[in-house]
Design a protein around this ligand. Structure first.
Ligand SMILES: [Zn+2]
Length: 357
């Protein structure tokens, strides 16, 4: 499969984006998440090793413990910048700055629905408060982002990009499974910063997952992604978060799902054995992994069986491979075949014994 060629567009930031990972803010809103201080520090360090640009933390006004955790993570001296996510209130801004964060994200609903049902304020009042809080944060030398909730991806970003020169951050929930697609589209439209969380954990069914997003981006901007992020660290990060939230990594997870690089049907397997790029958009080696050709099934082909024989150091002729493959397929018609079954068939044949049938 030939990797897709990104559309050349001077507004597109597909090859120059920054990641704001929100596992320790959005992720804390995930149904089964409970991170104590030690776990937060472990996750923050692992995110830093991977290379995310920013780590976003729960607002320090949420609880006394959240404030202490925020201070502790700011003191780790990580390379990633530390952000916290606050309401558009002067009190929240003061507490946040005292914790030592590098930046704050201020959120406030600007949609008509939220004006009516959430904070009950009109746009004039929203704007006045926002300007006051933003200028206070800036006066303290701290980075500031202002987010308006409930926007539409491509059109809004594209329009904004045409009229403002500031950074544009995007944050997508995965209610209909479109978070990675929306994030990618927003980068094409000119967004500069994207929000992710490890395994996509967050409110409801979460947001753009870091691993899947990176899988998408390494296929379109390999040089940029490989030079900035330590891809082999994704597995460790996901294992830490899966364990801490008591969830399993889904079978269909990009990159780390147990069958993400497994090839089963004979024709696919033989193409993969000849040239991995035929069916692998992502190179598993970039992530410290290997592809696996599934040879113990009724769909097994001669190339897969031959490759297994080579792994076992058994040299066989083309004719032998045909007989062995037929034996595997015959056995698989009766019952599920295990790797051991295939290995016995190969060994039995190599020792000139009868092939079990
Ligand atoms: Zn969210």
């Amino acid at each position: 499969m030939k990797p897709p060629v990104p559309i050349t567009d001077f507004l597109s930031n597909v090859a120059r984006f920054k990641i704001i990972d929100s596992t320790l803010r959005e992720g804390e809103q995930f149904a089964s998440a409970y991170f104590d201080t030690g776990k937060k520090i472990e996750i923050a360090r692992a995110l830093d090793e991977f290379g995310v640009d920013y780590i976003e933390l729960t607002t320090p006004v949420a609880s006394e413990q959240s404030r202490k955790d925020c201070e502790a993570i700011c003191k780790l001296g990580l390379r990633a910048k530390i952000l916290t996510h606050i309401r558009c209130h002067m009190d929240d801004a003061r507490v946040a700055i005292e914790t030592g964060v590098d930046g704050v994200s201020i959120f406030l609903g600007t949609s008509t629905l939220l004006q009516k049902h959430s904070h009950g304020k009109g746009m004039a009042s929203v704007t006045a408060t926002a300007l006051k809080v933003i200028s206070f944060v800036k006066s303290k030398g701290v980075e500031v982002r202002f987010s308006s909730e409930d926007s539409q991806a491509y059109d809004v970003v594209r329009t904004l990009r045409g009229v403002v020169s500031c950074d544009i951050e995007v944050h997508f929930h995965n209610d209909t499974g479109c978070a990675i697609g929306n994030t990618y589209t927003a980068l094409e439209a000119g967004a500069t910063h994207v929000d992710t969380s490890v395994l996509g954990i967050g409110e409801r069914n979460g947001i753009t997952p870091l691993g899947g997003f990176i899988g998408r981006m390494v296929s379109v901007a390999p040089d940029y992604v490989k030079s900035k992020y330590d891809l082999a660290k994704i597995k460790k990060l996901e294992d830490i978060v899966a364990d801490a939230t008591a969830v399993n990594i889904p079978f269909n997870n990009p990159i780390t799902g147990f069958c993400a690089f497994t090839h089963k049907a004979g024709t696919y397997a033989s193409s993969i054995l000849a040239e991995p790029a035929t069916y692998e958009l992502i190179n598993p080696k970039d992530f410290g992994m290997d592809s696996y050709v599934h040879f113990a099934s009724r769909l097994a082909g001669g190339n897969a069986i031959n490759s297994r024989a080579q792994q076992l150091d058994v040299t066989v002729s083309e004719e032998h491979v045909k007989v062995m493959t037929a034996a595997v397929v015959k056995l698989a018609a009766i019952r599920p075949v295990t790797i051991d079954d295939v290995d016995s068939i190969i060994h039995a044949h190599s020792r000139n014994k009868l092939i079990p049938s």
